[in-house]
Design a protein around this ligand. Structure first.
Ligand code: AMP
Length: 214
């Protein structure tokens, strides 16, 4: 399947994307993960993205489109992809439309996760991430089996992301409302929008599969 996951930070896009990859082998493509890996590796891309990311602002559309032009041409995308955190602006959505038409591809659906603001703030301020493998934990709802040690890779640094302080989260939500929320109407007009008022796995999967005929 070729699906965009749309929703504010903390809506559950990554979790739902991971569940969907198990369903049909589509790959999850998270621009946030790609950027964080570039920062950790100290690449030129990472250097260009770092300051904006730390503050909870968006990196430039050009930088993101450069990443996606390359990523969507890779072989593992043949089976389908779940775009997690991309597009995030109308210019990115327009550039994606052009890119897909060049590649002879089209989207099956845009899944909007619609979550109340207080749930997001609670979820993000309590979220912790393994710096080694990216596995996500939560100090209230999902602790690792052994405190301080990642269940998946055994890593011992499970930390709060720089952009998950309360101040950065407030900014990210504002950025979402201003720059990303207009995509809901954009994709509704294209007839692709599936809107689900939850981040629970099962209802979201059912709504999506009903739409794309899975
Ligand atoms: P995420 O992990 O999706 O919450 O993204 C973390 C941060 O990476 C965002 O706050 C932005 O700074 C940057 N980022 C990720 N994806 C994009 C995108 N499509 N456009 C611009 N900035 C992005």
């Amino acid at each position: 399947m070729k699906v965009i996951l749309l929703g504010p930070p903390g809506a559950g896009k990554g979790t739902i994307a991971k569940a969907l990859t198990e369903y049909d082998g589509s790959v999850q493509i998270s621009t946030g993960d790609i950027l964080r890996a570039a920062i950790a590796a100290g690449t030129e891309l990472g250097k260009q993205a770092e300051a904006a990311m730390k503050a909870g602002n968006l990196v430039t559309d050009d930088l993101i489109m450069g990443i996606m032009e390359e990523r969507l041409r890779e072989d593992d995308c043949q089976q389908g992809y779940l775009l997690d955190g991309f597009p995030r602006t109308i210019p990115q959505a327009e550039a994606l439309r052009t890119l897909l038409s060049r590649l002879g591809e089209s989207l099956d659906a845009v899944l909007e996760l619609d979550i109340p603001r207080d749930v997001i703030i609670d979820r993000l301020t309590t979220r912790r991430t393994c710096t080694n493998c990216g596995e996500i934990y939560n100090i209230k709802y999902k602790r690792p089996k052994v405190d301080g040690i990642c269940d998946v890779c055994g890593g011992t640094e499970i930390v709060q992301r720089d952009d998950e302080t309360e101040e950065a989260i407030e900014n990210r939500l504002e950025v979402y409302n201003e720059q990303t929320a207009p995509l809901v109407d954009f994709y509704r007009d294209e007839g692709l929008l599936v809107s689900v008022p939850t981040s629970e796995r099962e209802p979201v999967m059912q709504a999506l599969l009903a739409r794309i005929g899975g």
